[in-house]
Design a protein around this ligand. Structure first.
Ligand SMILES: *Cc1c(COP(=O)(O)O)cnc(C)c1O
Length: 418
């Protein structure tokens, strides 16, 4: 696959080989990660990357659109079928740009938006002070209940009545529970707000019908395609038929430029594959593994935020182990296990330090791991947390990580050889 790169630039080819080695030898538990099936990798590098095209099938700004029109139409039809959607816009480059194109479609500068706070599970693009949207629109944030660590729907309703937002956003990067989309959609309707669900993390689970879908309830559903959907680095937006026309304009020319046809082809492949029994079984196992790993960790003295998980991820509070998220992330990485530091609700530490870590099981489940491996990983994670300064223990853990991971190859060994 890298034949011409090896011939012309051994230095960058070497870095590709090193990255493949790193991935093959890492227990990857960053919740946003997954490994793509090989056709997704091939299509992401396909000749579609050469074509510059703006507009939509049937109404393009450049010549040479015939084949691309067929491909975009196929991708959209497959996505509609997969998610039971009335309309889909497939042009977003990522989850973030999917959100920006919805904002460009329905919001004016200064408009009010109600969303979930970053430190309680939300995403940067939902109005974090660190993101440009916070200076452009007027964001308020609904809280979670400090006891249950679940969304406080009564508080959300009260805030919606007070703020009268133009848009209410649900969806998160580190929330391990199901959301009551029906209730939020009723609240939105009552105050005359649009309702958008950002399903970036969970779209694979939704596609496989393993957890409930937001599609029937939301005006707009945005998603990244790189998380549980296990596809190219890209995104898409689903909407109600009545919003389709304005979303088209809001996306192009409203927010984006020429289409990324190569990742669009990869998404088209995924929208077919995600309807298969094979993909559904992987997603079922993802949820099972997340439950298993979180309960095994809880049994070893970690506090799991909200007490468990209904999806592919969960957040652990490391306070009881006397370490920070930053420390844990670094030391885990040094022994070949990848997680990320994460704020816990009402965290006393800064976002760069944090009191918690987020754990996701999509990537290791794709590689074939199950119950037995979750028990082993819980054991390894506990030994790291409890021996953060003990190099002897860490060296032993590192050895056991390698013994485990090499039994579950990510890709056929010879695929990337030439
Ligand atoms: C990851 C994520 C995004 C951004 O997706 P990218 O593809 O990384 O741009 C948006 N929203 C949520 C909730 C996410 O978790």
């Amino acid at each position: 696959m890298l034949k011409e790169t090896r011939r012309t630039d051994p230095e960058i080819a070497q870095l590709c080989d090193e990255e493949l080695y790193r991935q093959e030898h890492t227990i990857e538990m960053i919740a946003s990660e997954s490994s793509v099936p090989l056709p997704v990798m091939e299509l992401s590098g396909s000749v579609f990357t050469n074509k510059t095209l703006e507009g939509y099938p049937g109404s393009r700004f450049q010549a040479g659109y015939g084949v691309a029109d067929k491909m975009e139409t196929l991708a959209v039809e497959r996505a509609k079928e997969l998610f039971g959607a009335e309309a889909v816009n497939i042009q977003a480059y990522s989850g973030s740009t999917a959100n920006y194109s919805v904002f460009a479609t329905i919001l004016k500068p200064g408009d009010k938006v109600l969303s979930m706070r970053l430190d309680q599970g939300g995403h940067l693009t939902h109005g974090s002070p660190a993101n440009w949207v916070s200076g452009f629109y007027d964001f308020s944030f609904y809280p979670i209940n400090p006891e249950s660590e679940l969304i406080d729907y009564d508080a959300l309703e009260k805030m919606a009545n007070e703020v009268k937002p133009k848009l209410i956003i649900a969806g998160a990067s580190s929330y391990s529970r199901l959301m009551d989309y029906e209730r939020i959609s009723k609240i939105a309707k009552a105050v005359g707000a649009y309702f958008m669900v950002d399903m970036a993390h969970i779209s694979g689970l939704v596609a496989a019908k393993v957890i409930p879908s937001p599609v029937p309830y939301a005006d707009f559903v945005t998603s990244s395609t790189t998380k549980t959907l296990c596809s190219a680095r890209s995104g898409f937006v689903i909407c109600k038929k009545e919003h389709e026309k304005m979303l088209k304009k809001g996306t192009f020319p409203g927010a984006l430029g020429s289409i990324h046809l190569h990742t669009m082809a990869a998404k088209a492949w995924t929208f077919k594959y995600a309807a298969s029994e094979e993909f559904r079984n992987i997603m079922l196992k993802v949820v099972e593994n997340a439950r298993k790993l979180s309960s095994e960790l809880a049994a070893r003295g970690f506090r799991v935020i909200s007490g468990g998980t209904d999806n592919h991820l969960f957040v652990i509070d490391l306070t009881s182990k006397g370490i920070t998220g930053k420390q844990y992330q670094e030391v885990m990485d040094s022994v070949g296990m990848s997680i990320n530091k994460n704020m816990i609700p009402f965290d006393q530490q800064s976002p760069l330090v944090t009191s918690g870590a987020r754990v996701g099981v999509t990537a290791i489940t794709e590689r074939g791991m199950g119950d037995e491996e979750m028990v082993k990983i819980a054991d390894l994670m506990t030994r790291v947390a409890e021996n953060i300064d003990n190099q002897e223990v860490l060296d032993q853990v590192k050895k056991e990580v390698q013994e485990l991971i090499v039994k579950f190859p990510m890709y056929p060994a010879d695929y990337f050889k030439d």
